[in-house]
Design a protein around this ligand. Structure first.
Ligand code: FAD
Ligand code: 2HG
Ligand code: ZN
Length: 451
């Protein structure tokens, strides 16, 4: 390791290879605090050549590395759990000029989502993926996890925004396809392959990204319902009837109360409903009329919806939704299950999951919220008696219902033991063949995805 440290210091400069425990500790614990490891050093390269040199050095010394961006991942994939070194991409912060005509931009892997949002806004453009960790999550990490977030229902996941990547593969070679054309059928789609690979195939160093026009007007409504079933039906009806649906998010009364208390804000009256749905539409004209008419037609509603048409009050409603993970984290170390359910099975699942947690850990808090429009629920379980057995019980329910055990956060370390049960043997064999081809010595993120 001493020889490797010397070599890495030569590559990136000594100041970018911290080895003191105090300096490396923040890189070794994840956002949830559930996954804690240790690392002998962190390497912080400043460009793609340095990344390639680091990967080659690690390969020569047979030392594994964990790529890390903002360290906001929620499945334990971004931290060194078995003494790996950490390759931090945060210095890869170069952001290219915004191409307003082609509606695209090239961003370094270390650019935060928020920095990207600020950079493209003056051109009347925005980025199709948004999530509450925007201040810290990086473009590289979002590519690596195929992040979803709150606008997938309209714009798709990270993969849909991706026009190309630059990356260093596990064998130290560089792939680069950053022309960023909308249509470009010239061979295998390596960007798509790297997207969602969770740092196991290559270190993403830059991405060419699709941008979208900022809608002229936006309206948000928080609508109350008596049951999850009514909310599921409303979600489908809204998506059928209303143009420009940007988000359809689910919250339950206890989660909203917790978020309100965490933010120290008064909740709108509709928050008293057992179930609430936050809907955003982005359209050219008169969003209020469109939304009001659509809301009137929904069955199973409770109370008067809170409606926002100016950015400040829309922001206030969104903050209640965004604060859910933070508010849950304030209760302790949260077990997070990020799952997709088929729409017809979603309401029953919400009941079953509460029952299942109550039976196993009666004093635990179980919060369910998420991206209703995509059938993506976040089950957060925290408190006394929460064990891996609860994770298993929840994921069993998901599999029985024909859902997915990972909607948007990935497999990471947290769900690795589940992968072989949910993917066909042929799929797993193909995964392994790809892994062997691109990372022949298995030095990239060895604790993640494949056992
Ligand atoms: P990290 O946490 O650093 O890494 C995540 C994974 O990607 C790890 O496996 C890591 O090894 C790998 N990786 C990171 N950078 C690279 C790179 N350059 N090349 C190769 N591999 C790399 N996720 C959603 O999908 N939707 C949400 O709505 C959402 N909301 C969130 C809200 C909060 C409050 C928090 C804390 C997290 C949320 N997340 C959400 C999870 C997280 O923000 C995403 O997974 C995000 O994409 C991670 O980005 P990051 O830069 O922090 O990556
Ligand atoms: C969200 O949608 C994030 O808020 C985080 O994906 C979910 O913390 C979670 O479980
Ligand atoms: Zn989410």
């Amino acid at each position: 390791l001493d020889a490797l440290t010397t070599e890495l210091r030569r590559i990136v400069g000594a100041q970018h290879v911290p080895t003191d425990r105090d300096d490396t500790a923040p890189y070794a614990t994840d956002w949830t605090r559930r996954w804690r490891g240790a690392t002998p050093l962190v390497a912080r390269p400043g460009d793609v050549d340095e990344v390639a040199a680091i990967v080659r050095a690690c390969r020569a010394h047979r030392v594994a590395l964990v790529p890390q961006g903002g360290n906001t991942g929620l499945v334990g994939g971004s931290v060194p759990l078995a003494g790996e070194i950490v390759l931090s991409t945060r210095r890869l912060e170069r952001l290219g000029d915004v191409d307003a005509l082609g509606m695209r931009v090239v961003a370094g892997a270390g650019v935060t989502l928020e920095a990207l949002q600020h950079a493209v806004a003056p051109a009347g453009l925005r980025f199709g993926v948004d999530l509450a960790a925007r201040g810290t999550a990086t473009i590289g990490g979002m590519v690596a996890t195929n992040a979803g977030g709150t606008h997938v229902v309209r714009h798709g996941t990270m993969r849909v925004q991706l026009l190309g990547v630059e990356a260093v593969l596990g064998d130290g070679s560089v792939i680069r396809h950053l022309r960023g054309l909308r249509k470009d059928n010239t061979g295998y789609d390596l960007a798509s392959l790297l997207c969602g690979s969770e740092g196991t195939l290559g270190v993403v160093t830059a991405a060419a990204l699709r941008l979208i026009p900022t809608p002229r007007t936006v309206a948000v409504a928080l609508i109350g319902f008596a049951t999850v079933d009514a909310a599921v039906r409303a979600s489908a009806q809204l998506q059928h009837d209303v143009p420009g649906i940007e988000a359809v998010e689910l919250m339950l009364r206890d989660g909203l109360r917790l978020a309100g208390a965490h933010l120290d804000v008064t909740l709108p009256a509709v928050a008293e409903a057992p179930v609430t749905v936050l809907v955003e539409i982005g359209v050219a004209e008169s969003p209020v009329d469109v939304l009001a008419a659509a809301v009137q037609g929904l069955e199973g509603r409770v109370g008067e919806p809170a409606v926002a048409i100016d950015a400040r009050s829309a922001g206030r409603l969104w903050r209640l939704r965004d604060a859910h993970p933070e508010a849950a984290a304030a209760l302790g170390v949260v077990h997070k299950l990020d799952v997709t359910l088929p729409a017809p099975a979603l309401a029953a699942f919400v009941d079953q999951v509460h029952q299942s947690v109550r039976a196993r850990a009666p004093e635990a808090t179980c919060l369910v919220y998420g991206h209703l429009g995509d059938g993506n629920l976040h089950v957060n379980v925290v408190g006394p008696g929460v064990t891996d057995e609860i994770d298993d019980a929840v994921l069993d329910l998901v599999v029985e219902a024909g859902g997915s055990i990972s909607a948007e956060h990935g497999i990471g370390t947290a769900k690795r033991r589940w992968l072989e049960q949910v993917r066909a043997p042929g799929d797993i064999a193909a995964f392994r063949a790809i892994k062997r081809a691109l990372d022949p010595d298995g030095i990239l993120n060895p604790n993640v995805l494949l056992a």
